[in-house]
Design a binder for this molecule. Sequence first.
Ligand code: ADP
Ligand code: AMP
Length: 218
Amino acid sequence: MAGKRLIVMGPPGGGKGTQAKRLQDRYGIVQLSTGDMLRAAVKAGTALGKQAKTVMDAGKLVSDELIVAMIAERISEADCANGFILDGFPRTVLQAESLDKLLKSKGIKLDSVIEVAVPDARLIERVTGRFTCAKCGEGYHDKFKQLRKAGVCDTCGGTEFIRRADDKAETVVARLKAYHDQTAPLMPHYERQGLLKVIDGDRDINVVAAELERVLGA
Ligand code: ADP
Ligand code: AMP
């Protein structure tokens, strides 16, 4: 694959995590999901997790300051030296500007920004049907990515599954509002830099993955 420093953007439930994980598994580039990092902090009961939980449960965005500090630390770790896929970050213009500065200070550049576009009308069903394996984190969907054997994870054989507290229909409405108000305005930022590639995410998971690989020249 040509580009090794990527951002996958898109609305909640748009398929960012699904596609980023596939790229990670296929090309060995680490997926950095700020949502996953925050959920790990909430679970561990850290100071960051405590601050983030209420905001996440309300479907709002955690403060730029906390998020930027978290990602700056993570990107400096050894496994990111070879590239990374940012999933769910940046989500505000300030986060994007902070990322530009951070990467500049490290003398590195982004290769591509992918927008996985999905109409709002599809997203509630996507989000409310989502669940993940408690053991290995593999993602599934009640309708669109079912378990091959009921109650058993295809990947690791785990039998416990998790549904996110913020994947309720009421919270999705707030998350969509945050997306349109605060995240969608980022697209022109990356379009100006000549990095933005939009793909139609309203298709089968495998079709979207193939399109993504084509766009990335993989
Ligand atoms: P995001 O990371 O953008 O919030 P996910 O990758 O977690 O979204 O996808 C949300 C849900 O929709 C998951 O349950 C996933 O299995 C499912 N999903 C992902 N991509 C598609 C697709 N192209 N078509 C149908 N369902 C999808
Ligand atoms: P996600 O897993 O990407 O759907 O994120 C879940 C929640 O975590 C969001 O609704 C926000 O509350 C928070 N979050 C994740 N990433 C960010 C970010 N880059 N900026 C602010 N809040 C974030």
